[in-house]
Design a protein around this ligand. Structure first.
Ligand code: ZN
Length: 150
């Protein structure tokens, strides 16, 4: 059996990410604590995060609609292992909750952190609300996490 060869390499990498026209408007709205979805003019499905083409009927999307920063928890999990947060580059200590959240006015879900990490206190159908960072900067982490409304 061959032994694995390990070659440690350290790289300093910086980059800029082009979000696209739909995400640019979406992120601009976040700076004002406004969440916008794109609605299909044909089948009326509202997409959040916004996307340029309808997944149902393939029509181009251009009708922006505001959605609430509250919604319904459609799925959830509690992670038990610390993970690198791809949004910030920081380690996120475990446990922490993740959810698929359908905001009021949207027909799709967004994936985001949950303030609650106790599985006994989480269930599908719970109402949740965005907790905003004090000074939004136009990124998805302007929403720190979603808190459960009791
Ligand atoms: Zn459509």
């Amino acid at each position: 059996m061959n032994e694995a060869i390990l070659v440690p390499i350290e790289m300093a990498v910086t980059w800029r990410y082009a979000s696209g026209a739909a995400m640019e408007r979406f992120c601009s709205g976040l700076m004002e604590r406004r969440i916008e979805a794109l609605r299909c003019g044909v089948c009326r499905r509202s997409y959040l995060p916004p996307r340029p083409i309808c997944g149902n009927c393939h029509a181009p999307l251009s009708e922006w609609v505001s959605v609430a920063d509250e919604g319904r928890l459609e799925a959830w999990t509690v992670l038990q292992v610390p993970m690198l947060d791809a949004r910030t580059g920081d380690m996120r200590e475990a446990p922490y909750g993740m959810g698929l959240i359908q905001l009021d006015g949207a027909d799709t879900t967004i994936n985001h952190y949950l303030a609650e990490s106790d599985p006994a206190r989480l269930s599908i159908g719970l109402r949740v609300r965005a907790v905003w960072r004090p000074e939004p900067r136009g990124a998805m982490d302007d929403i720190v996490h979603f808190e459960v409304l009791r």
